[in-house]
Design a protein around this ligand. Structure first.
Ligand SMILES: Cc1ncc(COP(=O)(O)O)c(C=O)c1O
Length: 427
């Protein structure tokens, strides 16, 4: 007997999935074998490495430069063009990118910076690396993004100059309205670092209806990206900073390599030979090797295709879950969404997480709110400080979304979730 899953059914037997048809998920009574089982575990995200990627890395290995070579410059140039920024600086990972940004913006001990509690800890930690104080503004629960009205309230509650910067995060791939953020930042004298680790290729529509790509530098002072394997562009480890500010660009180049410069235009002393260079400030080794940049360049050629597939899969999930009571979707159908993550919200999140594991589906929670981490609680933050993100955290689950996820695998994920929800909704 076929039934639509929106019918509430009293059963403790798992229903079995037979297919999806135009947004409706059909299940049949147990006993029959499912028509499809995945042949591989399904994580929430997975890198895609092609023969062309392998060839690109092999060529880099056989070249004269394993690091500090021309592939780094080429990756920077092409990545900048991809996001529409003037300058890009490749670095060893997204965290290093954030650290260099706070250094370049001269964050000083005690300076206060606002970010979202719904992010990976690195978005906040970069302020702590410089001795700054991290402050949070709660999220808009329909988007998962920092609520700019709450940021305004926080800013208005203090004298101007109390806060020095804002780090909005394009959470899950949905772009923050940086035009609005810039207006706010200008009013209160803040710099902006856009944490766009989740959103290469994403955009928001500005007040004129124009697409503004994440990291294009039109509104934020600096933007950062990560090339961790679950991200859109996967290089193992790797990161990028983009900006339209020439001075910041040159400063970042120096900070990335120990604070050293060889640029004749920047030297403070007369060179005493061809080897001459100056360490002018305290920097780090945050360089990205040519090997990783070669992989990044190769992956960049598929970035648009990967993004299109992520959006297609997300639209299919949206349609399927619209038919499943008890499954909420974070920010469905938003233009410009880059879909690093596909997040559902469900009453019994732990139950679903555990159940899906038994079906070889490995979901993840993004994120435990940063202010609830023991380290940040040690700095004075408490449960209840940001109720909207805490409520979101209690129910969110990131389900498989990556370009090589097949339609059949996706149908299986939907069916398993539907099966769990149908059983737990049974009255
Ligand atoms: C929002 C966000 N910011 C920063 C980072 C740090 O990037 P990385 O892991 O490359 O250091 C990540 C990575 O997970 C992230 O998701």
């Amino acid at each position: 007997m076929l039934m639509e899953v929106c019918c509430k059914k009293r059963t403790h037997q798992p229903l079995q999935y037979i297919g999806i048809s135009i947004g409706k998920v059909y299940l049949r009574e147990p006993m029959q074998k499912p028509t499809f089982y995945p042949t591989r575990p399904l994580p929430y995200g997975r890198q895609h490495i092609t023969d062309a990627d392998v060839a690109a890395v092999t060529a880099a290995l056989q070249s004269d430069y394993l690091t500090q070579g021309p592939t780094v410059d080429e990756f920077e140039k092409q990545f900048a063009a991809y996001v529409g920024a003037t300058y890009a600086v490749a670095v060893s990972n997204g965290t290093a990118a954030l650290h260099l940004c706070t250094l370049a913006l001269d964050v000083q001990p005690g300076q206060r910076v606002i970010t979202t509690p719904l992010t990976f800890a690195a978005s906040a930690n970069c302020v702590r690396y410089c001795g700054g104080e991290v402050h949070f503004a709660d999220i808009n629960p329909t988007t998962g993004l920092i609520d700019l009205l709450k940021v305004r309230q926080l800013l208005e509650a203090h004298p101007k100059g109390h806060f020095t910067g804002l780090i909005p995060v394009d959470f899950a791939g949905l772009a923050v309205d940086l035009e609005a953020a810039r207006q706010l930042a200008d009013e209160f004298g803040l710099w902006i670092i856009e944490d766009s680790c989740h959103a290469p290729g994403g955009f928001f529509l500005d007040s004129k209806g124009q697409e503004q790509r994440c990291g294009n530098g039109n509104f934020a002072d600096l933007a950062i990206f990560s090339f961790h394997p679950v991200k859109h562009i996967a290089t193992g480890e790797g990161g990028m900073i983009t900006t339209n500010d020439e001075q910041l660009f040159h400063h970042l180049l120096r900070l990335r390599t120990h604070g050293i410069t060889r640029d004749p235009a920047d030297l403070q002393r007369e060179p005493d030979g061809g080897w001459y260079m100056e360490m002018q400030e305290l920097g780090y080794n945050y360089r990205m090797p040519d090997l990783n940049c070669a992989l990044g360049l190769s992956q960049l050629t598929r970035a648009d295709a990967g993004l299109a597939r992520r959006r297609e899969l997300a639209a299919q999930y949206d349609a399927a879950f619209a038919q499943v009571p008890g499954v909420g979707v974070l920010a469905p159908g938003r233009p410009g969404h880059a879909y690093h993550l596909y997040v559902i919200e469900i009453a019994d999140r732990k139950g679903l997480y555990d159940f899906l594991k038994t079906r070889q589906i490995f979901t993840q929670v993004h994120y435990i709110p940063v202010h609830r981490m023991p380290y940040y609680e040690g700095l004075g933050w408490r449960a209840g400080d940001f109720p909207l993100v805490e409520k979101y955290y209690a129910h969110c689950l990131s389900i498989p979304l990556f370009p090589t996820l097949t339609d059949e695998e996706q149908d299986y994920v939907v069916a398993c979730i539907t099966e769990f929800v149908s059983a737990s909704h049974a009255i």
